[in-house]
Design a protein. Structure first.
Length: 579
């Protein structure tokens, strides 16, 4: 995707516009500020440099990075002229889009999208397509607001992920990797699965009812055709007597039998869960033992190459073996209980089936007996009517069986995608594929910025709750972020930010031509700035435009030939001068 131009008619109390800024093929552009409203001196702070580019996410999502993730009200509005921003960008070679968001103070924002093809005029996007873009621009752009901030809009003021907890750090990774689309797809599949399961249960119940009715019709026809009403009545009485004796012998009604069956089923699930948990623990302990045994052959840390004492490895192996023995015993106990409970469940199921069958047969026989007593004449007509009703039920049962086959297929497919879109499916695969990209970028930027003295590693698959997702080593020694010096923390922050950016760019469906570094490198010393040149040069090789906002004169002096945009604030408003 290519960003082509940014048009600001008015934005924030600084207004800025009207101005149209080219975004494509600008090379390296240094953004400078000149705040002439400062108290008696000219400075670059609060001139409006950052707000200039924050107009892009506001145009697309109604958000500005300085305000976090919430949609804004009147904050971006000039008190008189309001806010009016348009962004032109190209998705394919044949289509150019122009999005525009306009908002006046105290009024709702108006969002429009136009599209143009070669040789054609702008045409507005309307209807459901416009509503979809307004609700989620990711459907058009191919990336979310969070991905935009991680891939394009890097700000020095945005470094909070390093100090955040594991859950927040993982959430950012999932956002950068566009897990929102997988979550939405999973939720849709889950709804389809639930609806199909519900419809399937209803259809099976209806088929069972039809089958019972069919059997009842067949029995009725046979009984009518026997022409021996007296013998039939006596037979039904005997059958009802036997059913009543059987029910009294069992001593349970349908509700009690169902409750006994449900309790047995619940206990079986619990025992199965214990066996499953034991298997998971055994697998982890065996992996721990295997890793320690492999390290015995070459007792060197695979990460930092530090020597590991064999005595320590022997202790780890013994500890793993002890854990394996204990867990195997636990599993054996749980498995034995599971098998016993399975037998109990089978007994409960058999008992429930028997009670239901007897109760159902009792009702059928009572209805049949009542029918026999009422029949006095018209036997032939009754037999014909019974046959017609039987044909109707057979036809209905055939149709219901076909419906069940279709619903069963839908439910099976939906269950597959619920798992496929879940944490153990595509999400795990994408996270597993993205982690090497993240760590490769961290290693590359660590070498550029610190000669490898500071190493940052990402591990989203932690094995315990005390492990960190972002792990830091200085000169091979693991350290916590909070214990680092301010200079070390700044370098860690930059490595983390650039690594997330690399991951976001890897995940983008289409590469983006523009990047922004907003005061990202300003607090680095001269040595750090020299190393940053390699990062900027790499970005210039990959992007058609790189905009660098900076107060640092030394950084600007490193690129004497770069273009310069000046944001000058005078009389409460800002103007942009393109050099």
């Amino acid at each position: 995707m290519k960003l082509l131009s940014l048009t600001i008619n008015s934005f924030t109390p600084l207004r800025f516009g009207p101005v149209t800024l080219p975004l494509d093929r600008q090379g390296l552009v240094l953004i400078e500020g000149d705040n002439r409203d400062s108290l008696g001196w000219s400075g670059s702070n609060r001139a409006g440099k950052s707000a200039l580019f924050e107009s892009i996410p506001w145009c697309w999502w109604g958000k500005m990075p300085r305000y976090g993730d919430r949609r804004l009200g009147d904050e971006p509005c000039h008190p008189i002229h309001g806010a009016d921003v348009a962004v032109e960008f190209r998705i394919t070679d044949d289509e150019v889009f122009r999005t525009r968001r306009v908002k006046m103070p105290g009024k709702s924002a108006k969002f429009t999208v136009e599209v143009s093809t070669p040789g054609a005029t702008w045409k507005p996007v309307t209807g459901s397509a416009l509503h979809a873009y307004e609700a989620d621009m990711a459907s058009l752009l191919g990336f979310t607001y969070d991905t935009f901030r991680a891939a394009l809009f890097l700000q020095a003021s945005g470094f909070t992920v390093t100090t955040a907890g594991f859950t927040s750090q993982l959430k950012l990774l999932e956002s950068v990797l566009r897990f929102d689309t997988l979550t939405e797809a999973g939720e849709r599949a889950s709804k389809r699965s639930s609806a199909a399961a519900s419809s399937l249960a209803i259809a099976k119940s209806e088929l069972a009812s039809l089958q019972r009715e069919i059997e009842g019709r067949k029995t009725e026809i046979t009984r009518l055709e026997s022409l021996d009403e007296e013998k039939t009545e006596l037979s039904l009485r005997d059958e009802l007597l036997f059913i009543d004796v059987d029910l009294k012998e069992i001593g349970l009604g349908v509700e009690a039998a169902e409750r006994l069956h449900a309790e047995a089923k619940t206990e079986l699930r619990r025992l199965f869960g214990l066996v499953d948990k034991a298997d998971i623990k055994l697998e982890r302990f065996r992996e721990d033992k295997s890793k320690a045994e492999k390290l015995m052959e070459s007792p060197t840390c695979p990460v930092c190459s530090a020597k590991i004492r064999k005595q320590h490895l022997v202790g780890l192996i013994h500890e793993a073996e002890s854990s394996i023995a204990t867990e195997e015993a636990n599993r054996e106990i749980a498995a034995t209980s599971h098998d016993a409970q399975l037998a109990e469940l089978e007994k409960a199921e058999n008992l429930l089936d028997k009670v239901k069958a007897l109760t159902r047969d009792q009702a059928v026989k009572e209805r049949e007996l009542a029918a026999v007593r009422q029949r006095r004449s018209g036997l032939a007509a009754m037999i014909q009517a019974a046959r017609e009703r039987l044909d109707e039920k057979l036809t209905a049962a055939e149709g219901k069986a076909g419906e069940i086959t279709g619903l069963d297929w839908i439910a099976t497919v939906a269950k597959f995608w619920v798992r496929g879109f879940g944490s153990d499916g595509l999400k795990a695969e994408i996270l597993g594929a993205g982690t090497p990209v993240l760590n490769a970028a961290a290693h590359r930027y660590s070498e550029i910025l610190t000669d490898g003295d500071i190493k940052v590693e990402f591990d989203p698959f932690r094995s315990s709750r005390v492990e960190d997702l972002i792990r830091i080593k200085i000169n091979g020694v693991p350290v916590k972020y909070e214990t680092c010096s301010s200079s070390e923390r700044r370098r860690v922050d930059i490595i983390v930010a650039l690594s997330h950016r690399a991951l976001a760019r890897w995940r983008l469906a289409r590469p983006v031509n523009v990047g922004l570094a907003d005061e990202l490198f300003d607090t680095l010393d001269d040595q750090g700035l020299q190393r940053v040149m390699a990062v900027i040069q790499q970005d210039m090789d990959e992007l058609s435009s790189l905009f660098v906002v900076s107060h640092n004169a030394a950084l600007k002096a490193m690129f004497p030939g770069a273009r310069t945009w000046l944001v000058r604030r005078t009389g409460g408003e800002a103007k942009v001068y393109v050099g």
